[in-house]
Design a protein around this ligand. Structure first.
Ligand SMILES: Cc1cc2nc3c(=O)[nH]c(=O)nc-3n(C[C@H](O)[C@H](O)[C@H](O)COP(=O)(O)O)c2cc1C
Length: 180
C-alpha cells in the first residue's frame, strides 16, 4: 500500500446515507472494530468501548439515532456501532496526574476515524451519527450518566449505484500552512 492507495481510500470514504440489503457478516463487523481499536490514545488509556448492534436488537437502537426525524437512512444500516467512553467514566488509570481523563473526546474521535476508514477498506459504507439521543442510548446499554456516547456509526454496504461525491472542503490555503 502506498500514498496513492491511501488517497483513493480517503477520497472514496464518504458519509453513506443509502444502504443496500446485502447482509454484512458479523465477523467483518468485529474485524473493523478490532482494527479501529488499534487507534492511538493519550497515555494509551484506551478510554473507549465499541458496541456493535445488529439483527433484531438493532431496531431498539435505530430510534435512538433518529431524534427529531433525523437520520432516517439509519434504519437500513446492517449494524450500528456505538462509540462510547469506557465504563470507568473517564478516570485515568494513571492515578494522580489527572482526576479525569481530559483527552476522552479526542481519543473517541480518533477511534471513530480509524473505524470508518477500516470499514471503507472493507468495502463498507459508514455514516457517523452525532444526531442521537444519548440518554436513550445509555438506558438501552445500562450505562451510567457519566459514560459519554459522542456518536454512533451506521454501517452497511452502500446501495448499488451509490455514487462517490466530490469532496466539499475549505480551500487548502485556509486550513493548511507551512512554516519554516
Ligand atoms: C461528529 C460527527 C457527527 C455527524 N453527525 C451526522 C448525523 O447525525 N447525520 C448525518 O447524516 N451525518 C452526520 N455526520 C456526517 C457529516 O455531515 C459529514 O462527515 C460531512 O458533511 C462531510 O461529508 P463526508 O463525510 O461525506 O465527507 C457527522 C459527522 C461527524 C464527524
Amino acid at each position: 500500500m502506498d500514498l496513492n492507495d491511501i488517497e483513493t481510500l480517503y477520497l472514496h470514504r464518504q458519509s453513506c446515507r443509502e444502504f443496500s440489503d446485502k447482509p454484512v457478516e458479523e465477523e467483518l463487523i468485529q474485524k473493523i472494530c478490532q482494527l479501529a481499536l488499534l487507534s492511538p490514545s493519550a497515555v494509551n488509556a484506551q478510554p473507549w468501548q465499541l458496541i456493535a448492534v445488529m439483527g433484531e436488537k438493532k431496531e431498539e437502537f435505530v430510534k435512538a439515532v433518529q431524534p427529531m426525524g433525523m437520520n432516517k437512512f439509519a434504519s437500513k444500516a446492517e449494524a450500528l456501532i456505538v462509540v462510547a467512553q469506557d465504563k470507568s467514566g473517564g478516570m485515568m488509570k494513571m492515578g494522580e496526574i489527572f482526576k479525569e481523563n481530559p483527552y476522552v473526546k479526542n481519543d473517541l474521535g480518533l477511534l471513530t476515524a480509524h473505524l470508518i476508514l477500516a470499514a471503507e477498506a472493507a468495502g463498507l459504507g459508514t455514516c457517523i451519527l452525532g444526531g442521537r439521543d444519548e440518554d436513550k442510548l445509555r438506558a438501552l446499554l445500562g450505562f451510567k450518566k457519566d459514560v459519554h456516547i459522542p456518536h454512533v456509526v451506521a454501517v452497511g454496504y452502500p446501495a448499488e449505484g451509490y455514487e462517490v461525491r466530490p469532496k466539499k472542503r475549505k480551500p487548502l490555503k485556509e486550513t493548511f500552512c507551512l512554516l519554516k
